[in-house]
Design a protein around this ligand. Structure first.
Ligand SMILES: [Zn+2]
Ligand SMILES: [Zn+2]
Length: 311
C-alpha cells in the first residue's frame, strides 16, 4: 500500500454548540510534511492533540466564515503556538473581518505573536494560495453571512515512465532516465534529442478535495467540488427539513448528496451536523439513497486519499 496523497482528519463535526459527541467545525489535512487546517471551532486544538498531529508542520489555516462555531478555537491555537515558541511563519486565509478579529483579540488579551503571522482576506472567488505542488481556490457559498468554500488541488503529476520505450530509443539507464522522468528533454551521445513525451504516459491527476460549509445548496459548492476525490459538505439537518435548512442558511444531508452527484465527486463526507442528531445512521441512509459513496463524519475520523492513475 503506497502512502496516501492526502490524509484528512475530522477534528470537529458538529454545528452551533459543542456536544459530548461532536466538537465544532475543524478539519486537518496532511500532505507530505505539511498540515493545513480548515476552520478552527472551539476545542480544535484539543482535538488536534488527540489526533496526534504535530504543530511543526502546520503551515496554513483556512477559515470559511466568521460564525463562532468555525472560528472560536483560532485565538487559543495561535496563542498555544506562541507558547510553544514557534518560529515558522503561519498563513491564515479567510473572509473580510478575520484580520480585525484576530488583531482585536490580540490587543484585548494583551498577547503578541513572535512568529510571522500573515492574514489574507478574500472577498470573492479566486486562487488564494498556489505553490509548485498544489493550488487552493475559494468560491463564495450561500449562507447567512459571507462564507467561502475551498478547493485544494495538487497539480497533475507526470505520466508513468515507459522503460521499454526508453530502451528502444537507446536512452542509457541512469541520469538521463531521471531527467526525462522529471519532464526535461535530453540529448543522447550521438546528438539525438529525446523529449519527455516520447517516454512518458499521459499526465496523471493530482489529489483533490473541496470543503463546503456552511451553505445552502449553491453553484459555488458544485464548482469547487468538480471531479474531486473527496467532497466535504455540510448537512446540518435530515432530509425532509429543507425549509428549515434554507431559512437558517444550511443544507440537509440529501442536499449534500445532490451536490456530490452534480459535481462528479468520487466520495462524500457530510459534516456540521445539528446537535439534535445523536444517532446518525439514518442520515447516512438518506444521503446514500442519492449518492452511495457517502459517510457521515465523526470526530477524529480519518479519510485517506490515494493518487489515481487516470482521470
Ligand atoms: Zn456553522
Ligand atoms: Zn455559519
Amino acid at each position: 500500500m503506497t502512502a496516501p496523497a492526502l490524509t484528512v482528519t475530522f477534528l470537529g463535526t458538529g454545528s452551533g454548540a459543542p456536544s459530548l459527541e461532536r466538537n465544532l467545525a475543524s478539519v486537518a489535512v496532511q500532505r507530505q510534511g505539511d498540515l493545513f487546517l480548515f476552520d478552527c471551532g472551539e476545542a480544535a486544538q484539543i482535538q488536534y492533540r488527540r489526533a496526534a498531529l504535530g504543530f511543526a508542520g502546520l503551515s496554513a489555516i483556512f477559515i470559511s466564515h466568521m460564525h463562532g462555531d468555525h472560528v472560536t478555537g483560532l485565538m487559543g491555537l495561535l496563542m498555544s503556538l506562541q507558547m510553544a515558541d514557534r518560529v515558522e511563519p503561519l498563513q491564515v486565509y479567510g473572509p473580510p473581518g478575520l484580520g480585525a478579529y484576530i488583531h482585536a483579540c490580540r490587543r484585548h488579551l494583551q498577547t503578541r505573536f513572535s512568529y510571522p503571522l500573515s492574514i489574507s482576506e478574500s472577498s470573492g472567488a479566486g486562487c488564494v494560495l498556489e505553490t509548485d505542488a498544489y493550488r487552493v481556490t475559494a468560491e463564495p457559498l450561500d449562507h447567512r453571512m459571507f462564507c467561502l468554500g475551498y478547493r485544494f488541488e495538487e497539480h497533475s503529476r507526470p505520466g508513468r515512465f515507459d522503460v521499454t520505450r526508453a530502451r528502444a530509443l537507446d536512452v542509457p539507464p541512469g541520469p538521463l532516465f531521471g531527467a526525462l522522468q522529471h519532464g526535461n528533454s535530453v540529448e543522447l551521445p550521438g546528438g539525438r534529442v529525446i523529449r519527455p513525451q516520447d517516454v512518458l504516459g499521459p499526465a496523471r491527476p493530482g489529489a483533490s478535495f473541496a470543503y463546503c460549509t456552511d451553505t445552502r445548496p449553491c453553484p459555488g459548492a458544485v464548482t469547487l467540488a468538480q471531479n474531486v476525490d473527496l467532497l466535504i459538505h455540510e448537512g446540518t439537518f435530515e432530509a425532509g427539513r429543507e425549509d428549515e435548512a434554507r431559512r437558517k442558511g444550511h443544507s440537509t444531508v440529501a442536499d449534500a448528496a445532490r451536490a456530490a452527484q452534480l459535481s462528479g465527486a468520487r466520495q462524500l463526507v457530510v459534516t456540521h451536523l445539528s446537535p439534535r442528531y445523536q444517532d446518525s445512521s439514518f442520515l447516512a441512509a438518506q444521503a446514500r439513497a442519492i449518492f452511495p459513496n457517502t459517510r457521515i463524519a465523526r470526530d477524529l475520523m480519518r479519510v485517506e486519499i490515494q493518487h489515481r492513475e487516470t482521470e
